[in-house]
Design a protein. Sequence first.
Length: 95
Amino acid sequence: MSVDEKTVRRIAMLARIGLDEAEVPALAKELNTIIGFVEQLSEVDTEGVKPFTSPVENKMRWREDVVADGGYAEHVLANAPDKDDEYFAVPKVVE
């Protein structure tokens, strides 16, 4: 795959990146270099290699799923400018 200058302009437009016309050729070359590095990965033989997300085997630590209110509403509301029972009180903004 190769990135031409037209594609660079389209990518810049889609990403909302301001791009000077003088920067387009250099950016096209840079993007082609990056794509070349990525294409080199397809040459690596990964047959029989187990995919992993971490080099260390970890087991998930599960906890019991319990619905609770947290039990610390007074701490959360300690610095509230105005409160009503266990809720933040805010001024009415819509009539």
